[in-house]
Design a protein around this ligand. Structure first.
Ligand code: NAD
Length: 229
């Protein structure tokens, strides 16, 4: 079987998407045809939606908190955490996922699309840990409305300066379980000089940009995929 060889001087950038958490029971965006239960994602994950109906937005994220709170990391999450323990700062994990399964497995990812279990006041902007399910829109002591700490459609993802710096210097780029549709993450593979790999059961839209693909589920492939020199 082919492996991803990681040599002593390599710096590894790992990008994960919703497929990473699929085997943990969190549906991907594609699996739901853009619908999470009765919610069309674009209608509840945007600044417009928040202005129009903040309670509907909280209903949606409360539902997602409930789903994610019941999930456990799968062998794919654990394999990436083991790789991070071996490579230390030579591995950078960037996730589009808002669940905390990478952390539960022992990784320290950058959450470019935010975190489901954090909220922030839209006025003072400070994120804080929050597992609450809200039946009414919460308010901060300053009077501002408290919103999910999520990057919505039309907002700038978190940590992009760091992401772009590391894309420039990495020598191995591995995308896992991401359909290559959502920007800016879909363009990362085209912005690096690294050797590039895709891991997932279906071809992503940006397949042509990858040097090599590993077809299969993250939880089945990742535990035996890496050959660290
Ligand atoms: P996507 O839903 O567009 O694509 C999911 C990809 O995962 C598909 O290409 C599919 O083939 C692949 N996949 C399915 N099962 C897999 C498995 N077992 N192993 C590996 N790959 C598998 O997801 P996306 O590209 O991440 O983009 C959609 C957006 O939706 C992202 O912004 C993301 O933040 C958000 N989202 C997040 C979560 C989460 O936090 N867990 C869940 C759904 C959507």
């Amino acid at each position: 079987m082919n492996l991803i060889h990681i040599k002593p001087n390599d710096r590894v950038f790992v990008l994960t998407g919703a497929g990473m958490s699929a085997e943990s029971g969190i549906p991907t965006f594609r699996d739901t045809n853009g619908l999470w239960r009765n919610y069309r994602v674009e209608e509840v994950a945007s600044p417009d939606a928040w202005r129009r109906d903040p309670q509907l937005v909280w209903d949606f994220y409360s539902m997602r908190r409930t789903v994610a709170a019941a999930a456990q990391p799968n062998p794919g999450h654990r394999a990436l955490a083991a790789l991070e323990r071996t490579l230390g700062s030579r591995l950078f994990l960037c996730t589009q996922n808002v669940d905390n399964l990478h952390e539960q497995a022992g990784s320290r990812p950058l959450h470019m699309h935010g975190e489901l279990f954090k909220s922030r006041c839209e006025r003072c902007q400070l994120p804080f840990d929050d597992t609450n399910i809200y039946h009414e829109v919460p308010h901060c002591a300053c009077g501002g409305k408290v919103r999910p700490h999520i990057c919505w459609f039309g907002e700038r993802p978190f940590g992009m300066d760091r992401v772009l710096r590391i894309l420039e210097v990495c020598t191995v780029f591995i995308a896992i379980g991401t359909s290559g549709v959502v920007e800016p993450a879909a363009s990362f593979v085209g912005q690096t000089q690294a050797r590039t790999f895709y891991v997932g059961p279906e071809e992503p839209l940006n397949l042509a940009s990858f040097d090599e693909t590993f077809e299969g589920k993250a939880g089945e492939l990742l535990p035996t995929l890496f050959d660290v020199w």
